[in-house]
Ligand binder design. Structure first.
Ligand SMILES: *Cc1c(COP(=O)(O)O)cnc(C)c1O
Length: 397
């Protein structure tokens, strides 16, 4: 029995599989199947278009936003769910920039996930007003914040190494320089305690298919600091962010607070699945998840380093400086990961040489960790990875 045994039972974990990739796609919560069936059969099937009112589909984005808000230190009414994370990044940057007229720099780091940088750059190019996307090393971010910076946009946990930014300190630095702060919580929400309100972040975004287990393509979330939300122009001014969508006015008027960050029609079935997935977090304290995640990660590092000397820890050694993943570098990391997957131990690979393992205490156990570490060490010691079938790159790594 582990601390979270009753939670582990809530997930469908295929037999013979050790799953350490919940940082990319969380496993399926068992209740999600019934929830999807119920939403389809009882709501869509029976209620037809009346479901928008009768089953309250229209309020799913806000209701789910509040459920996620509890996990990221966001007060009720400050978070909404919808669209993909790339879209929410675009919206956050566009809205933030307008609040700092005259400033021309969006500052980010080269540990950020590329889509965040692509979306920001695409927006700045469209605006064509001399904006600059400045990308520095993660360690150099704090010193690069000056009076030219309109917006600092960072992902708290580096998707490759797991390195953790100090949200409190960087947010304060941004504010002291008069800049706004956007945090991407893609690898934080559901993985570690986040205190958006406490650190006074201006915007936060994140996805729900990683540690929140909302399923492939599950919609993203966006948070806007409550005292800013009514000043923000949502940039993507869709009809469901309008003050009165069913007035069908020809002119756009933003809705109240964060509701204006909604864009179009919500994906109701996927949201129903996410709703069921969030049940796994009910009554759970994120600091307990964090403590258990550190224990699993520390165990993994200890066992891998004791069993093989050919890999190099790519993650910070200090658990407080790391998210909920551990990465090792190995020259033939892609092939080694394929060999591991062939044995039923699932992590993933990020170019050029990073093998990545995510730890989710809601369903991962110390046994999972031991099995994964032993398999990895054996594959490397015996050269089991050195076979042609493990070396052909698939489209999704
Ligand atoms: C996973 C991830 C994304 C993915 O964006 P989608 O639009 O959902 O595909 C974006 N940013 C970060 C930081 C991520 O970790």
């Amino acid at each position: 029995m582990t601390q979270f045994q009753s939670r582990r039972d809530m997930f469908h974990l295929p037999s013979g599989i050790t799953y350490l990739d919940g940082n990319s796609l969380g496993p399926m919560p068992k209740d999600a199947v019934d929830q999807a069936r119920q939403t389809m059969a009882d709501e869509w099937g029976e209620m037809l278009i009346m479901g928008w009112n009768k089953a309250d589909w229209m309020n799913l984005p806000g209701r789910l936003g509040d459920r996620i808000g509890r996990l990221i230190g966001a007060p009720s009414g400050s978070t909404v769910v919808g669209d993909t994370l790339s879209i929410k990044v675009y919206q956050a940057v566009a809205s933030a920039l307008e609040l700092r007229p005259g400033r021309k720099v969006v500052l980010s780091d080269n540990g950020n996930f590329p889509t965040d940088l692509y979306m920001a750059k695409g927006l700045l190019d469209s605006l064509d007003q001399g904006y600059e996307l400045k990308v520095v090393d993660p360690e150099a971010v704090s010193d690069a914040i000056d009076a030219s910076v309109a917006v600092v946009m960072l992902t708290q946990v580096d998707y490759r190494t797991g390195r953790l930014h100090d949200m409190q300190a960087i947010t304060r630095k941004a504010h002291d320089a008069g800049a706004l702060m956007i945090w991407d919580l893609a690898h934080s929400a559901g993985a570690l305690p986040v205190d958006l309100e406490g650190c006074e972040a201006d915007f936060a975004v994140g996805c729900t298919y990683k540690y929140l287990n909302g399923g492939p393509g599950a919609p993203a979330f966006i948070y806007v600091r409550p005292d800013l939300a009514d000043q923000v122009r949502p940039a993507l001014s869709g009809w469901l962010g309008h003050e009165a969508p069913f007035a069908f006015d020809l002119d756009y008027r933003p809705g109240e607070g964060v509701s204006r960050m909604r864009v179009g029609t919500p994906p109701v079935i996927q949201m129903a699945v996410l709703d069921a997935a969030l049940d796994a977090f009910d009554g759970v304290d994120m600091s307990d998840i964090r403590a258990a995640s550190i224990a699993l990660s520390e165990q993994f590092i200890r066992e891998v380093e004791a069993g093989c000397s050919d890999v190099e820890l790519a993650s910070p050694r200090d658990p407080e400086a790391r998210g909920s993943q551990v990465s090792f570098r190995f020259g033939e990391g892609y092939a080694a990961m394929q060999a591991l997957i062939a044995r039923g131990v699932i992590g993933d690979f990020r170019a050029p040489d990073i093998m990545r393992f995510g730890f989710c205490p809601l369903y991962n156990t110390a046994d999972d960790v031991s099995q994964a570490a032993a398999a990895l060490c054996e594959i490397i010691a015996t050269g089991e990875w050195d076979q042609p079938q493990f070396k052909t790159r698939k489209a999704v790594t």
